[in-house]
Design a protein around this ligand. Structure first.
Ligand code: KG4
Ligand code: ZN
Length: 329
């Protein structure tokens, strides 16, 4: 049995086919290059590109899977959260397919699909309950996952998302967009405490806008004094990254303890960060928490996570129906 997944919540247009946990095809086309000069995603540009590419992406996903549309048993589509114009394209495309093929439609929460990533292409038993951690460009959130249709948020950012802050800081330093990967590459462990930056934490909630402002002010201050050489820039960015990833890891461990959970499942674009992956591994080992990290290839937005979760929910008999509406938040 094959399930199709359609993801258009941000700038990636993606369709994927799964058979159980196995990814049979996963085609991702990004409109990123059209947004770069603006230093962020322009919703209108994202929407127009989804419209332009979605049918081609579907055809390619089917071709790569070596199947026809008729062989699809159900269709999963990301319907929230995301950019509303982008979601409308994906959801309506999925609805049209479901209506014409007479197949069930399964609405997928984008954040939940990120947490499904570690279960793709393996036979690891999915054991509940677990703590879910999503760190991406738009979200930083902790979840109590009792099952994939029983997920409760237990903590999230009160202002900027982690990836968003990486991107804004990188931009202030003239690095490319999206900047998370550049900061990850620049990071040098010997400079991780050269500057003392700290992130606020409120219970199990995060806050990253303060550290962003502090880093940008520090850069401006040193620039004025003509003290901002290359090594100082690397030191500032390394200390910034250390402070952010430390806060994520310590808050996650705290959440696991408070909720008495000994399993942690992580996904989202920022989970590709090398230092974050390293610290998650180190700290969970100390606390005897089982860790499942999204493979790097499935950290960013993609249809495979959506299709995989849709397959799981379809097996549980879930059908969202044709009246499914996209929701920005
Ligand atoms: O999950 P994602 O692809 O899209 C959203 O759902 O938001 O995440 C994109 C975010 C961007 O902010 C990007 O800078 C960040 O993930 N990112 C990273 C790394 N790779 C991507 N941040 C830190 N280190 C990385 N290696
Ligand atoms: Zn995402």
């Amino acid at each position: 049995m094959y399930v199709l997944g359609i993801e258009t919540s941000c700038d990636e247009t993606s369709c994927a086919v799964v058979k159980g946990r196995r990814v049979v095809s996963n085609v991702v086309v990004s409109s990123l290059k059209y947004h770069k000069k603006y230093g962020g995603i322009v919703p209108e540009i994202a929407t127009r590109n989804h419209l332009k590419f979605i049918d081609k992406v579907l055809m390619l996903a089917l071709k790569k899977a070596g199947i026809s549309l008729k062989e699809i048993s159900a269709i999963g589509v990301v319907y929230k959260p995301g950019l509303i114009g982008s979601l409308i394209v994906g959801v309506n495309f999925a609805k049209a397919l479901c209506l014409s093929l007479g197949k069930p439609l399964i609405g997928i929460n984008h954040l939940h699909s990120h947490i499904y990533a570690p279960f793709l292409n393996n036979k690891k038993r999915i054991r509940f309950p677990f703590l879910g951690l999503v760190v991406s460009g738009g979200h930083t959130e902790l979840f109590l996952v009792k099952d994939f249709d029983n997920i409760k948020s237990v903590g999230k950012t009160r202002d900027d998302a982690c990836g968003e802050v990486f991107d804004k800081v990188a931009r202030a330093f003239g690095l490319g967009y999206p900047g998370g990967i550049y900061i990850d590459r620049i990071f040098r462990e010997e400079f991780k405490q050269s500057f003392s930056f700290s992130c606020a934490r409120i219970g199990l909630d995060f806050s990253f806008s303060g550290v962003k402002t502090a880093v940008i002010y520090k850069k401006m201050e040193l620039e004025k004094k003509n003290k901002l050489d290359e090594e100082t820039k690397i030191s500032i960015l390394s200390s910034f990254q250390e402070s952010v990833v430390n806060t994520i890891v310590s808050t996650t461990i705290l959440a696991a303890k408070e909720l008495a959970l000994n399993r942690l499942v992580c996904g989202g674009g920022v989970i590709a960060n090398r230092r974050l992956r390293y610290l998650l591994k180190e700290e969970t080992k100390k606390e005897n928490i089982e860790l499942l990290l999204s493979p790097k290839e499935y950290c960013g937005d993609n249809g495979a996570c959506c299709a995989g979760l849709a397959f799981y929910l379809h097996k549980k008999g879930i059908n969202s129906g044709i009246n499914l509406s996209p929701e920005a938040n």
